[in-house]
Write a protein that binds this ligand. Structure first.
Ligand SMILES: Cc1cc2nc3c(=O)[nH]c(=O)nc-3n(C[C@H](O)[C@H](O)[C@H](O)COP(=O)(O)OP(=O)(O)OC[C@H]3O[C@@H](n4cnc5c(N)ncnc54)[C@H](O)[C@@H]3O)c2cc1C
Length: 415
């Protein structure tokens, strides 16, 4: 499918595609065959090759070691890297690292950018975003945040309990969301504070085992973290004090969309695998690709994926200009559903080979399910879309609808 992406976006994406086909996907196939984890050495080698090809960290400004692409221009490259389980990591465009880079780039001080962003981009450092808390703390409703930070002299003292801090076990620092003004509404009284992981009082409790913890996944995992009287300098505040929710919204808007891009690539590759399989596999007197039942479902899937990719392109253009809250919410819900359906269909088309882990489909299937939950569950985004949809209801549209005559209502008749 041809999209009207800019010339620059297409040029970079075609080089990313070549890198994926020539280097990354062969590596992925090898790992699937051997069952070996992608080691740090393999990852470093992939980074070196991505750097040689000028593909490293396309989303980051050039001054910090990236390629300086905005959301619209990074989009087709992110779709390409989504085709492999290790694609995004291979060019350092994986969550949560790219979202954390974006946060520091947007609101970090010059000193924070030098000290934390630069090594984060290069891969010398890793990071985690620590917002979600166990019940009854912040989850779908972020206003329920219970982690606190108070000032003692020129230090923050942080106490709280988080989980799902992705890559937490690899992280050199955590971006912690904490209530910093208990008298204010949480949206006006929360800050993001950068906490080096080796600070006294930071306890990595466990790596949360989960659906989709596959052999190619970054060993950084998803950490449960306790913060007990953790002290960091006040200058570790990232963005405005008490402005953490606004920064988180900016971070999450981009993060949701880059997830849509990567998972669209994963769905596209799943369809390519399914089509290749049914084109070779014979049964009941013909190739499976000739069975109308499968052809119709693949046609539906191609159509819905095209709609998702078009919607994400529109949202990315809007996000380059504004917060694009509703466009991003719509893209997140729709793309999450479509990519889940398509990967399920691809497995069905491949039969036992869909379930076996010789192909990446089973890994994709495990990985894509969480997309309907993280960065806001479907229902939470639909809630925002519905609120917006009901904002300017026009009474005139139902002017002609017959109403019960008020004179004949029970209240009037039985008086
Ligand atoms: C793989 C993975 C990675 C993650 N990475 C990170 C990370 O790096 N950092 C971080 O801070 N968090 C992370 N998260 C956490 C994630 O953002 C939360 O799980 C998500 O926001 C939902 O919160 P919850 O789990 O507390 O669900 P709950 O708030 O308990 O909600 C449960 C379910 O209720 C439904 N629901 C909720 N609200 C409504 C409503 N208003 N109307 C109808 N239904 C509703 C939804 O279906 C939802 O799934 C990650 C999660 C996963 C699975």
């Amino acid at each position: 499918m041809e999209y009207h992406d800019s010339e620059k976006a297409r040029e970079v994406a075609s080089r990313v595609e070549a890198f994926m086909d020539e280097v990354v996907i062969p590596r992925e196939r090898e790992a699937l065959r051997t069952g070996d984890h992608i080691s740090d050495d393999v990852l470093t080698d992939l980074w070196e090759q991505a750097k040689e090809r000028d593909l490293f960290a396309p989303q980051v400004p050039e001054e910090f070691g990236g390629q300086g692409l905005d959301f619209s221009d990074m989009l087709p490259s992110f779709e390409q890297v989504g085709r492999s389980l290790i694609g995004a990591e291979a060019i350092r465009a994986n969550a949560p690292q790219e979202g954390n880079m974006h946060t520091l780039e947007m609101v970090g001080t010059e000193e924070q950018k030098e000290r934390w962003l630069r090594p984060l981009v290069s891969g010398e450092m890793q990071s985690a975003f620590s917002m979600t808390e166990p019940m009854q703390g912040a989850g779908s409703d972020p206003k329920m945040l219970r982690t606190t930070a108070y000032k003692d002299g020129d230090e923050w003292v942080i106490n709280g309990h988080k989980w799902w801090s992705s890559d937490g076990y690899d992280a050199d620092f955590l971006l912690v969301m904490a209530r910093t003004d208990m008298d204010a509404h949480p949206y006006e009284g929360t800050s993001i504070i950068l906490v080096p992981t080796d600070t006294d009082g930071v306890e990595l409790v466990r790596n949360v085992d989960h659906l989709g913890s596959h052999l190619l996944e970054n060993p950084g995992g998803h950490a449960e973290v306790k913060y007990r009287d953790v002290r960091v300098p006040v200058e570790n505040t990232v963005g405005p004090e008490n402005g953490g929710f606004r920064v988180a919204q900016m971070r999450l808007g981009g993060g949701r969309l880059t997830h849509c891009m990567r998972f669209s690539g994963m769905a596209q590759r799943s369809l390519e695998i399914a089509k290749a399989y049914v084109s070779e596999r014979a049964g009941f007197g013909s190739d499976l690709s000739e069975k109308q039942a499968l052809r119709q479902r693949i046609a539906e899937a191609e159509t819905r994926l095209h709609m998702a990719r078009t919607g994400v392109r529109h949202a990315a253009r809007e996000l380059d200009e504004s917060d694009a809250r509703i466009e991003v919410a719509m893209s997140k819900v729709f793309t999450a559903r479509v990519t889940n359906e398509i990967i399920d269909l691809a497995i069905q088309c491949c039969g036992g080979n869909g379930i076996a882990k010789d192909l990446p489909l089973a890994h994709f299937y495990e990985g894509v399910r969480a997309f309907r939950i993280f960065d806001g569950a479907d229902e939470v985004h639909l809630r925002s879309i519905a609120r917006d949809a009901f904002e300017d209801v026009d009474d005139a549209e139902v002017e002609n609808v017959l109403r019960f005559d008020p004179e004949l209502t029970p209240e009037n008749v039985l008086e």
